[in-house]
Design a binder for this molecule. Structure first.
Ligand code: C2E
Ligand code: MG
Ligand code: MG
Ligand code: MG
Length: 285
């Protein structure tokens, strides 16, 4: 295996790694352009309550690059975290999401909650609070602000809970809520969870996917659900693809459900249609 000392102290072990670095640099360059040229779009994945009624959605970012094709948000969000572009990208996502929620309120599309992912660097950035406040003054009122849930992952626990709580509590004063995304996949301690001023826990797809096959994952999920009860947190399971998975979660007391079994993430227009159709079905019973 070839080993060479690259520039800036980067050690390149082989061609594959070099290609990977090259690809990331290309994404980085093109992402700047993409942000300015409307290549970044939002999708909305419906969330359902225990009666299988739509009660909310999660906002998910999409980048379809004319040159590179569809790139996973796992990839470009993490790259933008490293370069710092996540601040502009994140603000853009918040603004577009707020606009959609405002438009839906005017249309009478009534959701109980509306979740937006916030990355670690964005959360701790000095402008985060001001930017949320500015955009919320521009687009939202008290009723709509109450519906917004910011999803953060356990990786924010690289900082101490006190510092995190200060930020969260400032936004809670403005009626925003918080959810712990991908719970159980990172390194959060029980005491950290107890001290976090959050309202919701999201069960990661990686646990849901093996329901029915892996006893340990079932145990993980039932443990998370009872933990949520103890701390009085609402629960959402993501990545539900089968009826069996849904029923297991339902029987074990999960509050809300999200996954391809119900719906994929939808464009704004498709979400509106999906919402209306789900209501006409309800009415015709
Ligand atoms: P996440 O926040 O945990 O989002 C859930 C992911 O699971 C989404 O992937 C969603 O499309 C996918 N998913 C939901 N139900 C199913 C299912 O039944 N089957 C399968 N196979 N997948 C399902 P997506 O949209 O590719 O996003 C991946 C991750 O990228 C997100 O994980 C989140 O960490 C990040 N991300 C996405 N949008 C944003 C954003 O606007 N801002 C930030 N900071 N991160 C984002
Ligand atoms: Mg999420
Ligand atoms: Mg999640
Ligand atoms: Mg996840």
């Amino acid at each position: 295996q070839a080993k060479a000392q690259g520039r800036d102290g980067i050690i390149l072990f082989n061609d594959e790694l070099a290609k990977e670095v090259e690809y990331r640099l290309e994404i980085e360059r093109k992402l700047y352009f993409a942000l300015e040229h409307n290549e970044i779009e939002l999708r909305y994945q419906p969330q359902f309550n225990r009666d299988q009624k739509i009660i909310g959605c999660e906002v998910l970012v999409r980048w379809n690059s004319p040159d590179l094709g569809l790139i996973s948000p796992f990839e470009f969000v993490s790259i933008s975290e490293k370069t710092g572009l996540i601040i502009e990208l994140g603000n853009y996502i918040i603004e577009e999401a707020f606009k959609t929620l405002q438009a839906w309120e005017i249309m009478g599309l009534d959701l109980k909650q509306f979740s937006i992912n916030i990355s670690v660097r964005q959360f701790f950035h000095s402008t985060f609070l001001d930017e949320v406040k500015r955009l919320s003054d521009k687009y939202l009122n008290e009723d709509t602000r109450k519906k917004i849930i910011f999803e953060v992952t356990e990786t924010i626990l690289i900082e101490d809970v006190y510092r995190i709580s200060v930020i969260i509590n400032k936004l809670k004063q403005l009626d925003f809520s918080f959810s712990m995304d991908d719970f159980g996949t990172g390194y959060s301690s029980l005491s950290a969870l107890r001290e976090m001023p959050i309202e919701e826990l999201k069960i990661d797809r990686s646990f849901v996917i093996h329901l029915g096959e892996r006893k340990s994952d079932e145990l993980m999920i039932t443990t998370i659900l009872s933990l949520a009860k103890i701390y009085d947190l609402k629960t959402v399971a993501e990545g539900i693809e089968t009826q069996e998975q849904f029923l297991f979660l339902l029987e074990n007391g999960c509050d809300m459900f999200q996954g391809y079994y119900f719906s994929k993430p939808l464009s704004k227009d498709h979400f509106e249609l999906f919402y209306k159709e789900s209501f006409s079905k309800k009415l015709s019973i």
